[in-house]
Write a protein that binds this ligand. Structure first.
Ligand code: ATP
Length: 348
């Protein structure tokens, strides 16, 4: 026990939310120390057949859709799991190194990584190996909804049901937690990326224009809504007119985006309904009383709480600082591992 405490005291533990859209790192006693897009730009030297990392994170995201032929900007995580193992490892290496940059020594930290509930054993092993390859001394995994619930300060250790809905870039995870365990979880491969795709398709269908992912995301952040509000917002965007082949401007409004998002939104509502149907009655009663807590970047979509309230008849609460809940919750889980000996909740 004492050893665990001392180790905790001197450690450079990191909790990593390795997300499809963003990677966040939480360091013990320091809080969130890194928050960057999960994007890597690779430069290829065709003459010599060599590949090198050109940029990672924020700098690489700016290059998405804007690269010359010899550079490719990649998102190595897809649907919450590793799509490109080598690039993910390089990205993790870069981020972990960046966090420790200010120190003289280059320590090998103890790392806890948050993984989606729906990830397979093979995917989990790939994530563990990536972190080990990136210099981690010990690697632990925790399921995302558990980390999200701890980060949202839900009473996960009590004999009461808490329901969490974490909407990320690639996946939405819905879970019921009680007594430090996940009683029910289900993961839908619907998240912010699907919202962006739906906006791109809507614009192509209705305006005959092509917009890029970055523009679609910007539209989502600025005027998207999941529930009709009193005020209709507008945004002027530029896209390539498919018939004329040249850039053209047009104006979109929030009602159009609401229409565009219907399909992914109903996928999320269905996942929540399914979870409520599968919840044992006692825990369901707790959820009815205390509501559903939303975390992840998708929780910031305007009106999503209202949509879920209308569809389920339950109270819906957006967690404080929803995008950092998973990373902060993972950090707290590491601390709890030192405070309370034994694996009192599921950390692998
Ligand atoms: N204000 C906003 N309105 C709507 N969506 C938003 C807003 N801010 C961020 N998002 C979306 O949230 C998503 C990123 O969320 P988050 O960082 O929680 O995902 P992630 O952890 O990387 O993904 P995953 O959990 O699927 O691996 C992106 O799709 C982003 O566009």
């Amino acid at each position: 026990m004492l050893f665990r405490r001392l180790r905790g005291f001197f450690s450079n533990d990191l909790s990593i939310d390795l997300g499809t859209a963003n990677t966040l790192i939480y360091a013990r006693d320091r809080g969130i120390v890194l928050n960057e897009p999960s994007v890597v730009a690779i430069r290829e030297d065709r003459g010599r057949g060599m590949k090198a990392v050109a940029a990672v994170g924020e700098d690489a995201k700016k290059m998405l859709g804007r690269t010359p032929a010899n550079i490719t900007a990649i998102r190595p995580m897809k649907d919450g799991v590793i799509a490109d193992f080598t690039v993910t490892e390089k990205m993790l290496q870069y981020f972990i190194h960046k966090v420790h940059e200010s120190r003289l020594i280059r320590p090998s930290p103890r790392v806890l990584i948050c993984v989606p509930c729906g990830s397979t054993q093979v995917e989990r092993r790939a994530i563990k190996e990536s972190a080990a390859g990136a210099g981690a001394r010990e690697v632990y995994l925790i399921e995302e909804p558990m980390a999200a619930a701890i980060g949202a300060s839900l009473p996960v250790d009590e004999a009461r049901g808490s329901m969490i809905l974490d909407i990320g870039g690639g996946t939405s995870e819905v879970a019921i937690i009680s007594l430090n365990g996940i009683v029910y979880a289900n993961s839908a491969r619907i998240g912010g990326d699907k919202f962006d795709e739906a906006i791109i398709n809507y614009v192509r269908r209705n305006y005959g224009s092509l917009i890029g992912e970055a523009t679609a995301e910007q539209i989502k952040h600025q005027i998207a809504t999941a529930w009709p509000g009193n005020e209709v917002q507008e945004l002027e965007v530029k896209g390539r007119n498919l018939a004329e082949g040249i850039p053209r401007s047009f104006t979109l409004n929030s009602n159009e985006i609401l229409e565009a998002l219907q399909e992914p939104l109903s996928g999320i509502v269905d996942a929540v309904r399914k979870a409520l149907e599968q919840t044992p009655p006692e825990l369901g009663a707790d959820v009815a009383e205390r509501g559903i807590v939303l975390t992840g970047g998708g929780a910031l979509l305007k009106g999503l709480d209202r949509l879920l309230e209308e569809e389920t008849g339950l109270p819906v609460i957006v967690a404080e600082d929803p995008m950092t809940c998973v990373a902060r919750g993972g950090g707290r889980a590491l601390e709890l591992m030192d405070e309370k000996a034994g694996d009192f909740f599921s950390v692998e």
